[in-house]
Design a protein around this ligand. Structure first.
Ligand code: BGC
Length: 736
């Protein structure tokens, strides 16, 4: 299905924006559980608007906890009002048809205000790299996969602040961000929206970004729960995955989003997990999310991902988006028929209200609206900084980079000049205020002659390259929600273009504007490679800063780049895109680098890899404690890893220290797994001692027979270095 066929919330957006004033109505009696009680006065029911006498609103007592306030408010609500909170209000009856195209402009989801009780409307807006849904006057940030390549949770936190502030100032109080699913399939069309292939890493990034978003006002929405790892057949595909893999690989980012990020909402996914749609999957929604992770916010369905009324309501879906197909009249009927209890409805509404209270949505007015200009100089500066921090130096033969300012440069490829590539496609799309092209960025910074060629004619492009000191080919992929990439090669004639340019000029550098990994059949023929990802509006400025050495690259791969299309963890059809609608997660725990290590397969560039213009030395690893006793299977609270890092080169720079743990082999874990990391900024010659913590999970596995995490005794190796394949420092910890 074409992803441009979306529902429209435009009409509703207009009605709602006029309906957010708070009205007071006569004193409430207590709980009014039946539908004959006071009708909803809301945007969806404007005829009931406006009475005057103040009512007592005990839930407005700010000294109470969000849970207490939500409980009091639920008691005061009629069933009508409760059900109104449990679905979006769409102008369109049908989702995903041509009658309901992508919103022209406006919040992509809305739940009406209930003015009688002072409950504000919910305005939901997309935005993984800036406010989406055709909003204008917003900042386009680098794609999340790029930001994650900084390996710097502090940068992700700032990313969240910028995004959250712009969402809030656009009148959105629910930001549909971030996408935190582990990248399982390198062709996944939404790889650029996510953080990468490691669960621990994604969890750190998710928590940091969510905290940033929520600090600015909106409730963050982490998506897409769970096993949303491909776009192919995404509305029906069944992810067949064993419990241990679900727990150890796919759940941890969500666990971190709850425990550390205190995220307000989750979006349940389109796909099925083990035969059951995500939005009616009791195991996912009740057992894992509520009981195990102790999530106390709400779960909304992805757009059109609700498939039932009774099962969805009873199995844990709190809110249908974007319309009321299952949670409108059919839900009322299900309650009347006794198939869904009022207690269940109350639970759902409480789940929605708790994060609303926690974020203060009932306690303050939200300034700004969809037409506000929310761009600022600080946000522009951050977009550039994030792009610089995101760009990975993958190859730099003969220290060709950084470039001399007076070198003449041939900028080859459309992405270098006429069509700079700032972002991926789908619901995350942002209307960029501008995108600086690499040609312009290099032109502003370089002192030599700068020429360009769009690369359409290989012969002409080679001639342009030959005439310059250095040729830089900008290559790109077109990645979008709704479609997986058909393969891992650069599309079109780009591989041939790179080969032709490299044959014409030994000093050829390739800059990749991709959202995920690509194959590099020409790797041995080019002198340099940079992965710049989809780098946002400041694309050309950031790349020029890296090329000329104004910024020393310090980013690292958050996922593996394979050498060939077949040497990947999900190479069989049964795994991806699946056979008969089922995708078998038969690689189990061996996702990403875990698979390369377990099968002794050489990747092109490993997880965690990235070069710098300076060099670093790591030494004096110390793990503390090195021996301990586990009490009835409990893992140690915290193990400290201490290591010295020295900048041994000639430029100031930053290094990421990565710590992996190798379990005793009887545990059945992959060879080693990322359990901690730290980014260290060092002046030339400087040494810093870095200490970070490995948590309980670093020494635990999920025991499916006991249904819990457990620590098995044995000797665990702690491996420290600068990529998943470069781990020179070792220590051990013995658990008895
Ligand atoms: C996407 C979500 C998005 C929603 C609303 C869905 O297709 O999967 O990520 O938030 O549309 O645009």
């Amino acid at each position: 299905m074409n992803i441009s066929m979306r529902w429209s919330g435009r009409a509703v957006a207009l009605i709602l924006s006029a309906a957010c004033a708070v009205f007071f109505v006569p004193a409430l009696t207590n709980a009014q559980p039946d539908r004959s009680s006071a009708p909803v006065k809301s945007a969806a029911n404007p005829a009931n608007a406006g009475t005057s006498a103040p009512i007592r609103r005990p839930w407005m007592d700010r000294s109470l906890s969000p849970e207490q306030r939500a409980g009091l408010l639920v008691k005061a609500m009629t069933l009508d009002e409760k059900i109104h909170m449990m679905h979006g209000v769409g102008a369109c009856a049908e989702v995903w048809t041509e009658k309901c195209p992508m919103p022209i402009k406006g919040y992509v989801g809305e739940a009406p205000a209930i003015d009688r009780l002072g409950i504000p409307h919910l305005n939901l807006a997309d935005g993984r790299a800036g406010v989406g849904n055709k909003a204008v006057n917003v900042t386009l940030l680098p794609a999340p996969i790029a930001a994650a390549s900084s390996w710097d949770p502090a940068l992700l936190n700032e990313f969240g602040h910028v995004l959250g502030k712009e969402e809030w100032d656009k009148g959105a109080n629910v930001a549909l961000s971030p996408t935190i699913d582990v990248v399982r399939v390198p062709e996944w069309g939404r790889t650029f929206e996510s953080y990468g292939e490691d669960p621990y890493f994604n969890g750190r990034m998710a928590a940091a970004e969510i905290k940033g978003i929520q600090a600015e006002g909106p409730i963050a929405d982490a998506n897409m729960y769970l096993t949303m790892n491909q776009e192919n057949s995404r509305f029906s595909s069944d992810s067949v995955v064993d419990e241990r893999t679900l727990q150890e690989i796919y759940l941890p980012p969500y666990a971190a989003a709850v425990a550390e990020g205190h995220v307000g909402t989750f979006m349940c996914a389109y796909v099925k997990t083990n035969g059951v749609y995500s939005c009616e999957n009791a195991h996912l929604l009740r057992d894992l999310l509520r009981k195990e992770l102790k999530f106390d916010g709400w779960v909304m369905s992805d757009w059109g991902a609700t498939h039932s009324t009774v099962d969805a309501a009873n199995h844990g879906l709190d809110q249908e988006m974007p319309i009321d197909e299952y949670f409108g009249a059919p839900l009322e009927k299900a309650v009347e028929d006794g198939k869904v209890t009022v207690a269940t409805i109350d639970e759902h509404v409480r789940n929605i209200l708790i994060p609303m209270f926690r974020q203060g949505l009932l306690d303050r007015q939200q300034p700004g609206n969809w037409d506000s200009n929310v761009r600022t100089d600080a946000h522009t500066a951050f977009s550039r900084k994030a792009a610089e921090e995101s760009t990975i130096l993958l190859k730099n033969q003969g220290a060709l980079l950084p470039l001399r300012a007076d070198a003449s440069i041939a900028v080859i490829g459309e992405a270098g000049s006429t069509k700079p590539k700032g972002e991926g496609g789908g619901s995350s799309e942002v209307v960029a205020p501008y995108i600086v092209s690499p040609f312009d960025g290099i032109g502003k910074r370089g002192k030599g002659k700068i020429t360009s060629d769009d690369g359409a004619d290989l012969y002409k492009a080679a001639a342009t390259a030959r005439a310059a000191d250095v040729a830089i080919v900008f290559a790109r992929t077109e990645e979008t929600e709704g479609y997986d990439r058909p393969g891992l090669n650069l599309p079109g004639n780009q591989d041939a273009l790179i080969s032709a340019v490299a044959a014409a000029n030994k000093k050829t550098i390739v800059v990749l504007d991709t959202g995920g990994p690509v194959l590099m059949p020409w790797i041995d023929r080019v002198a340099g490679v940079l992965e710049a990802w989809y780098s946002g509006q400041e694309d050309g400025n950031a790349i020029a800063a890296i090329l000329y050495g104004d910024f020393n690259p310090s980013a690292k791969l958050p996922l593996t780049f394979p050498r060939t299309a077949t040497e990947i963890p999900t190479a069989s059809k049964e795994q991806w895109p699946g056979v008969n609608g089922r995708s078998l997660y038969s690689e189990g725990l061996n996702v990403g680098y875990r698979w390369y290590d377990a099968t002794h397969t050489q990747p092109l560039f490993p997880f965690g890899f990235g070069l710098s213009y300076t060099t670093f030395r790591l030494n004096r690893l110390a793990v503390e404690p090195r021996e301990l006793k586990s009490k009835s299977g409990a893992a140690p609270e915290a193990v400290l890893v201490k290591v010295d890092v020295t900048n041994t080169g000639t430029r100031d720079g930053a290094e990421v220290v990565e710590a992996y743990v190798a379990d005793p082999s009887k545990n059945g874990e992959p060879p080693h797994q990322l359990r901690g990391f730290a980014k260290v900024r060092l002046k030339v010659g400087e040494t810093k001692s870095v200490t970070f913590t490995l948590d309980r999970r670093s020494f635990s596995i999920y025991d499916v027979s006991l249904h819990r995490w457990t620590c098995l005794p044995g000797t665990y190796d702690v491996l420290v270095g600068t990529s998943s394949r470069d781990l020179p420092l070792h220590d051990r910890i013995t658990i008895r």
